[in-house]
Design a protein around this ligand. Sequence first.
Ligand SMILES: NC(=O)C1=CN([C@@H]2O[C@H](COP(=O)(O)OP(=O)(O)OC[C@H]3O[C@@H](n4cnc5c(N)ncnc54)[C@H](OP(=O)(O)O)[C@@H]3O)[C@@H](O)[C@H]2O)C=CC1
Ligand SMILES: O=C1O[C@H](COP(=O)(O)O)[C@@H](O)[C@H](O)[C@H]1O
Length: 585
Amino acid sequence: MAVHVSPCSSSSSSTLSTSSFDHYTSSYFCKQVNSIPYRIHSPKWGSKIFSRIHQRNNFDLNSSNGYPLNAVSWQNGSMEKPLTEEVPPSRPGEAHTTLSITVVGASGDLAKKKIFPALFALFYEDFLPENFVVFGYARTKMSDEELRNMISKTLTCRVDKRENCADKMEQFLKRCYYHSGQYNSEEHFGELDCKLKEKEGGSLSNRLFYLSIPPNIFVDVVKCASNNAASTSGWTRVIVEKPFGRNSESSRELTRSLKQYLSEDQIFRIDHYLGKELVENLSVLRFSNLVFEPLWSRNYIRNVQFIFSEDFGTEGRGGYFDNYGIIRDIMQNHLLQILALFAMETPVSLDAEDIRNEKVKVLRSMRPLQLEDVIVGQYKGHSKGGKSYSGYTDDPTVPKDSITPTFAAAALFINNARWDGVPFLMKAGKALHTKKTEIRVQFRHVPGNLYRRNFGTDLDKATNELVLRLQPDEAIYLKINNKVPGLGMRLDRSDLNLLYRARYSREIPDAYERLLLDAIEGERRLFIRSDELDAAWSLFSPLLRELEEKKIAPELYPHGSRGPIGAHYLAAKHNVRWGDLTGED
Ligand SMILES: NC(=O)C1=CN([C@@H]2O[C@H](COP(=O)(O)OP(=O)(O)OC[C@H]3O[C@@H](n4cnc5c(N)ncnc54)[C@H](OP(=O)(O)O)[C@@H]3O)[C@@H](O)[C@H]2O)C=CC1
Ligand SMILES: O=C1O[C@H](COP(=O)(O)O)[C@@H](O)[C@H](O)[C@H]1O
């Protein structure tokens, strides 16, 4: 990203090298610890030095790498200030910084459902910086007021008991604006730049663009935004939604095209599963508890299962979905990312590069995926209890003869010393009987089990299983064997259960909140680096090509069922039983 030409302001255009952007990451506050002073900007008082000790409340929450957040809470009475629609003016000689967030594709499903609500939640919880504006950008004609009306329908006050929710919503909506334009128009992005500048009021600006649009227009938008609406005084970052290509070649081409305008540091490839609370907890569980890490290998773990199921079909997204299918939609990204986090070696530190280095090593160590280790399915129409459920190809946006899989199961292997021979099973499906995402870790038998007689012949029932239920109803539980109380010796299976809603009263933030905050912070740990992406595609692309070239017909399964029977055969081939189908949970 090099040249910025401003068509609207008297301020001169400037040239910025890409490397200069992240220099401004910590412009609000210097990240330091303990009593080392923080630099806190208050529009009322200008830049002030506060001791962290005195501001402890402001740093109760950390960004996802455990560092204190740069965002500050203004709940502290002495710092309270009225929120105004416009960014407050700077005093002479004093520069304040504005964060401008532009949601490109603001009229779309994801923007309405997730992005605006997440931004509001961050504002509501006082995690957005003092001076911020939100712009929606799309082709749909809308006024600022219409945008506010549209997004107000999906904003929620997550913590019900808060009294000031309506006020907060109003304050947030006042910071939201809209600009209608084409995605490939330099002129329209120039107009957006004018509006951004006007709201930024001459302050330093950091600009975040969220590309919530179909992937075929990513590059147009990045080109126009970078040439016409990049920040000239602070950083510019772009969050890119998946899909990042359809295979290795298209993904590399996308990365190459984006890098004509952005540096890798400016690209935040989002995989919202990495922002989920239980995925965050996976590493904490493993690396901060002595009882788990020593067991985390082929010596004790029999198999690992990553299970994603949704109890609804592709409703409304059939057009998109048919071009991608479940393997690209869920497995190549969400499930594979979790697998990499699960299986990686201990990183040197919690820094983004250290973690991503370890994840890449896992991905590169994976055995090429064979067609015989994969089964695909597609849901068909079904009637139950007088109600009928449509099949995938009943969707008018899906070709009647589509063979796009809406279900897939796969057995993967990691060819390294830790995991040699351990099956990592994945299963992902739409229109199944339940909505659930889980990681299940099945442990080996206890050698020479003294109590084997008490379990009968089915020794599978005697093994431990650790389950991380990502959603719904987040939980971590460990299936153990215990004695039934009484004079006899009868064994039972029980759960040691950490059920989040029972343990914590605090509501769990949505993944998009965490990820947006991290992007604002410049924290890249939960975003996908280009070499990770490349390794992920290298694993799945040959398989996808083979499935498509051989036109492998998916096994049909009824909408609302447990999926194709082939998934059981695949698991059985590797001496595994799907943990979610044992009837124990
Ligand atoms: N929806 C979801 O749950 C998820 C979505 N994603 C990804 O996020 C991105 C956005 O998703 P979503 O909001 O569902 O997408 P939409 O299909 O709703 O598209 C978003 C906006 O982009 C514009 N648009 C749509 N199609 C085209 C087109 N062919 N050419 C130009 N502009 C178009 C429309 O705005 P206008 O006409 O006003 O310009 C639309 O409102 C996509 O990349 C998707 O894959 C990722 C995870 C989940
Ligand atoms: O990325 C996607 O994720 C959603 C599921 O997300 P969740 O957070 O609700 O589990 C899925 O429905 C969609 O098909 C896919 O594109």
